[in-house]
Design a protein around this ligand. Sequence first.
Ligand SMILES: C[S@@+](CC[C@H](N)C(=O)[O-])C[C@H]1O[C@@H](n2cnc3c(N)ncnc32)[C@H](O)[C@@H]1O
Length: 244
Amino acid sequence: MKDLNKKLYTDELLNDWVTREEIIPAETYFIKKYLTQKTGKVIEAGTGGGRIAFCIGQMGFNQIDAFDYVPQMIESANKNLKDKNLNIKFIVADATNLSDFGSDTYDYLIYLQQVLCFIEDEQLFYKALNEAYRIAKKDSITLFSFLDYHSRTINIPLRILLNILRWLRNEPIPDNYLPWLKINNRFNRKLLSKNQALTYWVKRDEIIMQLEKIGFEVLEVKNASQINTDAKQRKGMLYVVCTK
Ligand SMILES: C[S@@+](CC[C@H](N)C(=O)[O-])C[C@H]1O[C@@H](n2cnc3c(N)ncnc32)[C@H](O)[C@@H]1O
């Protein structure tokens, strides 16, 4: 596995994600709607600086595990936790291998902010979905958000251009893997270069089919723009709520 996204999160995006605090409307919508039993055990994948875990802790949940594969994110999350009277355990772990976490353990699984779309290998992406299913209890709720393949208009010409370049370079990369358009709010000048960190854009029907194949029951699917009508910038997000 290339791990270029992990490098990006470590070297360039760390500060941005460990200092964020605001919860966006779509997150509020799904968390408030589905996290209803405060005695439930929660896990958050790709927690960054702990922004979403803190929000859930402040709602009254007191059994929260939160993990990230970047050790510096976990270090900062622990620092951010210091003044807060919350019971959150921050752990270094990779969503593609949750062997340190028991099967049938969690009532609520939070996979928001497209965390699984930074996995640069399709097989590992599906392994991560299987891992989420394994650690989920029966009747649990899993909140996923993914990058929505059919949402961003610019993806269409970008995909065509990349397909040509990849063909010329003999790079067998599927066209739902796209480079980052912006990094730290600045245009990615290396957009068309080789060896890019790539993000995985899911097709709605395919992801539903894959989740059902794993064993999840899909309860709700919404693009961010269906929740927050002025969420133009965020309409790339596809939210999928599942139970086991
Ligand atoms: C977009 S940031 C979101 C951070 C945090 N959830 C938030 O919303 O504030 C994605 C986070 O997922 C982490 N991440 C990406 N892929 C991961 C993986 N395979 N396993 C664990 N963490 C991962 C990154 O290090 C980063 O902190």
